[in-house]
Write a protein that binds this ligand. Sequence first.
Ligand SMILES: N[C@@H](CCC(=O)N[C@@H](CS)C(=O)NCC(=O)O)C(=O)O
Length: 211
Amino acid sequence: MTMRLFDFDRAPNPRRVRIFLAEKQLSIPRVNVNLFRMEQLSPEFLAINPGGTVPVLETDDGTYLTECLAICRYLEFLQPEPRLFGGTPRQETLTLMWTNIVENEGLPAVAEVLRNLSPGFRDHVFPGPVPYPQIPALVPRGRQRTEQFFDRVAHQLQHHQYLAGGEFSFADISLFVTAEFAGWVEIQPVQQRPALQRWYERVAGRPSVTA
Ligand SMILES: N[C@@H](CCC(=O)N[C@@H](CS)C(=O)NCC(=O)O)C(=O)O
């Protein structure tokens, strides 16, 4: 059995894994799960991931890994170089810490705006099979939370080249994807935040980000 990545090219979370793979110069066969057609809620896909989300990595032994963080950490075990989780206890824990901040404060804030605003998410505010209705009042709250998040990371980047310190890491991949995701709801995080702008330009220059 070979590894397979369940993917969708328009979605931000799978993009984090694709950029990670490009940094590692790894290529894995992909299975397209079309979120626009709700294929993530098919019985076949829910049997693979009951959470109904992509990405999912099917490993060589048939294990299904969901969650970008777990998938990318697994890939780093398989191919340690270049180090994207730091390689020392200090660097790895800082990478995990900042990734967690992006995942808890950044991505959900943008998603709160998009998913309560866009007609495409009517009655599908959260992934998975349970239909949650939109609450329009959450849109401005999500915008405020998004700005607060970008203030926080911009402050960190005033003092550090990259989010977890001096080295590019998985935390930067996660932040980069979040910054571009914010553009979907007309939030331009790098404007008015010079440190974030400088960081953005550094990361945008990496060939992997076209993945
Ligand atoms: N915590 C998950 C989040 C995955 C996620 O939310 N993926 C989105 C695409 S960006 C999804 O599959 N959404 C399906 C849906 O909205 O029904 C991870 O890190 O992989």
